[in-house]
Design a binder for this molecule. Structure first.
Ligand code: C5P
Length: 228
């Protein structure tokens, strides 16, 4: 029997591969609508961090640690950053590097890990205030009830270029070839995993951002939002 979902107007999901502009779009929309942001990738990066930096070796150890910890997502709209409050520690910059992201991607294939953070993600929605949910499975698995689901696309080369510019702006050095390889490796892992693979929801609007500015993408999304 098919379950009929009651669609919710105050959740917008934004899914797509890494470096496609989901985060920037999420901030623009959250500012415009005065909604919250869920940067779900940051939760997976936390998992990568626990594995690499806190040396939690097995999936079981990571899940146990997640279950007993207080984890909050904090968004600073003015500064345009999302951070994680893990117990009393704030983690932001520490999570934003490709080593952590690659480890996050490997661990994101595991069902136990995904299940351990479903609740944190769903709790980010407060029906009084809307939510922009950014990730890989926001429209397909976490918030299928969202009335507007957006899926962003761009070639790996375009995304690597954008990422490189972002990193250079922050004064970080970039090896383009390595960046492209890491992006392709993560695409491969995210698209081909058995659980919650990266793919558009059946009712998502798909936007190829390769030749669009972020403002043009925002405009397209807002046009669709106003039609709801
Ligand atoms: O979005 P971000 O690049 O920070 O995500 C890091 C990694 O976390 C992704 O490459 C992906 O493997 C995983 N992820 C996921 N599901 C999400 C968000 C991120 O599997 N909803």
């Amino acid at each position: 029997m098919d379950v009929i979902l009651k669609l919710v107007r105050n959740i917008i999901t934004i899914d797509g591969p890494s470096g496609v502009g989901k985060g920037t779009l999420a901030f623009l929309l959250a500012e415009k609508l005065d909604w919250h942001i869920l940067d779900s990738g940051l939760l997976y990066r936390l998992v990568g961090y626990l594995s690499l930096k806190e040396k939690l070796e097995t999936t079981r150890e990571i899940v146990q640690f997640l279950n007993k910890s207080k984890i909050q997502l904090v968004t600073n709209l003015k500064e345009g950053i999302c951070e994680i409050k893990l117990n009393k520690k704030i983690l932001g910059k520490e999570l934003r590097n490709e080593n952590i992201a690659s480890r996050a991607s490997e661990l994101a294939k595991k069902e136990e890990i995904r299940n351990a953070i479903i609740k944190i993600q769903r709790n980010a929605y407060d029906s009084e205030k809307g939510l922009i949910a950014d990730g890989r499975d926001m429209g397909t698995i976490i918030f299928p009830e969202a009335a507007l689901k957006v899926f962003l696309l761009a070639s790996p080369e375009v995304r690597a270029e954008r990422r490189a510019n972002q990193l250079k702006e922050k004064g970080m050095s970039v090896i383009m070839h390595d960046l492209l390889e890491q992006i392709q490796q993560r695409d491969e892992e995210d698209i081909n995993r058995k659980i919650s693979p990266l793919k558009p929801a059946d009712d998502a609007i798909v936007i190829d951002t390769s030749s669009l500015s972020i403002k043009e993408v925002e405009k397209k999304v807002m046009e669709n939002f106003k039609k709801l």
